[in-house]
Design a protein around this ligand. Structure first.
Ligand code: C2E
Ligand code: CA
Ligand code: CA
Length: 799
């Protein structure tokens, strides 16, 4: 019976079969017994009636005859069988007979009476009371029921047992094994399958169930295999990635959406000095700070900003990373948002580029510094003064430029040698640096010349104080080897924007003031003034001379042809000013133009040149029978007082409708200094009269072609300095070649100045230059000689 304990299902089936069949049996047999009893009793009663009916006549006779003995015998005979257990006969007064079956109880289950009639005449003579008792019947029925119940019970239990055995063998046993097998499956067991332990005949639901379980197991196994393959390949690629990231020398940090570290590779931890402690889970700003090198201030909220914007950020130059222990390094940083990568929201990659940066700084340092004193050099001046000027023009600030020159340095160099000279310069540089406080700065310009710039100079006094401090510091004795050396210095000071707006102008004015200081006895500073130069007697004389020259018509013009290189035709002329002070004494414009500019007389003189040039051009039109434009040199001073210049030009335009065919304007680069839009407006008003504008002496200033392109300029005149060496100096040829090429590509006409040799012409033709001007074709000539010269030039023209 052990299987009963194991198969709950079978046991339960057994119990149910027993209970249900018992129940059915009890109900059915009870009903059967009751009906049977009723039938038997009815039969017994009917039998009693029959017996009584059959014997009633005899009973009537015996009573009528009052034969008690016969009556009793008759009744005794009747009472012996069936259900009748007692008879009582009464006449109309007494009980005549009372017969009962021996051994029966007095009480009866049923009593009924029958009238006894007389034989003749039908008159009632008495009553027969019949007592029926069913005890006997019931006893019989009970015996029958007992047998029946016993037999039924045996049947029910037997049937139940058979059903149980069938259910157990056919179903429960297998289900039980299936359950045990499924239960016994290990979670990691992917191979075992369930089977039924029975001989196969026809497929049934159990087979289907087993198949379904096995299919499920198979699918589960496949699923698990797939998952474990995926897991292991994920693990592999994770390890691979960590190996790769670990091998990188760049620091890599993965951050989550709250800017907390999810992962940091070895390089990152090493760079941050956190090799031995966990960084995962820490906030980015707890483990590093990104600092601007220039301001020294921390750049805050970078991570949040990038996450918000969703755009990558790359920082290099001017950024440093400060670690938690306070140390810093120059860094290149890339911060890239990583949307859709699970918990990682941003990748931060950073590299220590201190070595690279310091090399860059070194290279930059070399390019912009004097190797001996480590002060800035000319290039730094060009770069930084340019920036200072730009800022000052934006902000309306003032800049002081101090030109400093040692008074007796040459003597020291000559007497004690260059080594001592170099040591002195180094010590001097140290003193200069100590005296000029930031934002002021110092550059060295050659042997013993220095420029000091004060970019934020409140007023003249600040510059003068600095000059005094510099002189005092330089005047202190220098101790070099066994020598005690004393030197003095001369300083010239000028101011932006009062004295000039371009670098060249400012430096030349500061130099001028410095020379003035030297002239006045050295060991002094001089402030540049407009009338500074007037102080020198020579200049004073020249200024007066110029006034006289204007009044007495001592000026005249000479003209130099500009020739087309391709065809050697005279294309136009340049007017050059001459001052004939006395007969036989001609003064060069190179000498008197600066004086005229300093005194402002150039405005008057320039006006005369313009009018005279137009007059000459109109006369030449008559004599030559063609229009030849005359280019007029316009001084920056003249250009700056543009109202006067424009008035004159407009007057001339009113006089001569073809003005644009007869006049051109030449300007030097220094005229273009100042605010770009103001300069452009002035140039535009010249251009509005149709006049062409040329840039003179191109290449000597600080402007580039790209810069000039901002202005409405037509012609570039390459300075003589580059043409002179054209046939001997490869570098000059390369420079001229590229100016021609680039200049033409930007739409300029190109003129070469100072063409003195046939070789120049050939080379310029090869380089594609448009026009040439110079002694090779013609010296500047008086108007009267031009016609013949033009014929001569054009007669020699090739072809
Ligand atoms: P610039 O405008 O560059 O004039 C060209 C100068 O080069 C002229 O000197 C000319 O004589 C000289 N030159 C021409 N061809 C050759 C050559 O093949 N070889 C050499 N070595 N030199 C040559 P110049 O006439 O002495 O004038 C000097 C400067 O004076 C001019 O240079 C210009 O800046 C200025 N100047 C002349 N006339 C005027 C004027 O009317 N107004 C103004 N503001 N400045 C003028
Ligand atoms: Ca010129
Ligand atoms: Ca020139």
């Amino acid at each position: 019976m052990s299987f009963l304990k194991r198969s709950v299902l079978a046991l339960r089936t057994l119990l149910w079969v027993v209970l249900v069949s018992l129940g059915v049996f009890v109900v059915a047999s009870t009903a059967g017994v009751l009906l049977e009893r009723d039938r038997i009793l009815t039969a017994a009663h009917d039998e009693a009636h029959n017996t009584v009916a059959n014997n009633l006549g005899a009973v009537g006779v015996a009573l009528w005859s009052y034969d008690k003995v016969a009556l009793s015998a008759l009744l005794e005979g009747m009472v012996r069988g069936g259900s009748m257990t007692r008879f009582e006969v009464r006449d109309d007064q007494d009980v005549v007979a009372d017969v009962r079956r021996p051994g029966t109880a007095d009480n009866a289950d049923r009593v009924w009476s029958v009238p006894i009639l007389a034989q003749s005449g039908g008159k009632q003579i008495g009553v027969l009371r019949v007592f029926e008792s069913y005890g006997e019947v019931d006893k019989r029925i009970a015996d029958a029921v007992t047998t029946l119940v016993a037999a039924e019970l045996v049947k029910v239990i037997g049937l139940a047992f058979i059903i149980f055995v069938i259910v157990y063998r056919q179903i429960a046993r297998h289900l039980h094994h299936l359950a045990e097998d499924v239960q016994a499956l290990a979670p990691k067991d992917l191979e075992t399958r369930i089977s039924l332990d029975r001989r196969h005949r026809h497929r049934d639901e159990l087979d289907t169930l087993v198949e379904s379980i096995n299919r499920f197991l198979h699918d589960r196994a496949e699923e698990m295999k797939k998952r474990s393959r995926a897991e292991s390949s994920l693990r592999e690629s994770m390890t691979e990635m960590q190996v790769v990231l670990g091998a990188l020398s760049d620091g890599v940090i993965a951050l989550d959406g709250e800017c907390r570290v999810r992962y940091a590779n070895a390089a990152a931890r090493a760079l941050l000095g956190m090799l031995s402690e966990p960084v995962e889970g820490q906030g980015m700003e707890d483990i590093l700070a990104i600092v601007s090198e220039r301001s020294g201030r921390e750049i805050e909220g970078l991570c949040a900003r990038i996450l918000e914007d969703g755009t990558p950020m790359h920082l290099r130059g001017d950024v440093r990373i400060r670690t938690r222990d306070g140390s810093e390094f120059d860094a290149k940083i890339s911060a890239v948002p990583a949307p859709g990568s699970g918990d990682v929201a941003m990748i931060l990659v950073f590299t220590d580029i201190s070595a690279e940066i310091s090399k860059e700084r070194q290279i930059e340092f070399q390019a912009f510094h004097d190797p001996l004193t480590e002060l800035g050099n000319r290039s730094m001046l060009a770069r930084d003064l340019g920036q200072d000027i730009e800022r000052a023009s934006r902000e309306g600030g003032r800049i002081a430029i101090l030109s400093l020159d040692l008074d007796n340095f040459k003597n020291i160099n000559d007497a004690l040698g260059h080594t001592v000279g170099d040591i002195l310069l180094k010590q001097l540089a140290h003193r200069l640096r100590a005296t000029v406080k930031a934002p002021g700065w110092v550059t060295r310009h050659g042997g013993d010349e220095f420029i000091v710039v004060l970019p934020q100079c409140a007023d003249i006094n600040q510059a003068i104080d600095l000059a005094r401090a510099l002189m005092a510091s330089i005047a202190q004795p220098f101790f070099i080897e066994e020598h005690e050396l004393r030197i003095t210095s001369s300083i010239g000071i000028c101011l932006y924007p009062e004295h000039g707006v371009s670098i060249g102008e400012l430096i030349s004015k500061a130099d001028m003031a410095m020379y003035e200081a030297k002239r006045e006895g050295r060991n002094a500073y001089r402030f540049y003034e407009l009338n500074l130069l007037q102080r020198s007697a020579e200049r004073l004389a020249m200024e007066n001379g110029l006034r006289v020259a204007l009044a007495e018509n001592q000026f005249h013009l000479v003209f130099q042809p500009k020739v087309t290189i391709a065809g050697e035709e005279v294309h136009s002329l340049e007017a050059l000013l001459r001052w004939q002070k006395r007969p036989g004494e001609t003064i060069s414009p190179a000498d008197f133009i600066p004086v005229a500019e300093d005194t402002g007389l150039i405005i008057e003189i320039g006006d005369w040149v313009l009018r005279e040039s137009l007059a000459a051009a109109r006369r030449l039109r008559e004599t030559l029978g063609r229009d030849l434009a005359i280019a007029v040199n316009v001084s920056p001073i003249q250009f700056r007082s543009s109202e006067r210049l424009m008035n004159t030009l407009r007057e001339l335009a009113a006089e001569e409708p073809d003005l644009h065919r007869l006049l051109e304007i030449e300007l030097t680069e220094s005229a273009l200094g100042g605010k770009v839009d103001e300069v452009t407006a002035k140039l535009d008003s010249i251009k509005s009269l149709g006049l062409k504008i040329a840039i003179d002496d191109f290449g000597t200033g600080y402007s580039s072609l790209a810069y000039l392109k901002n202005f409405p300029i037509d012609i570039l005149k390459i300075d003589q300095a580059f043409i002179r060496g054209l046939h001997t100096n490869a570098q000059d040829k390369a420079i001229v070649g590229s100016v021609v090429q680039l200049g033409k590509s930007l739409g300029f006409e190109i003129v070469a100045e100072g063409v003195e040799e046939e070789a120049h012409v050939a080379i310029l033709a090869g380089l594609g230059c448009d026009y040439a001007q110079g002694y090779w074709f013609s010296r500047p000539l008086p108007e009267g000689d031009l016609a013949a010269k033009l014929r001569e030039i054009e007669a020699h023209a090739p072809g």
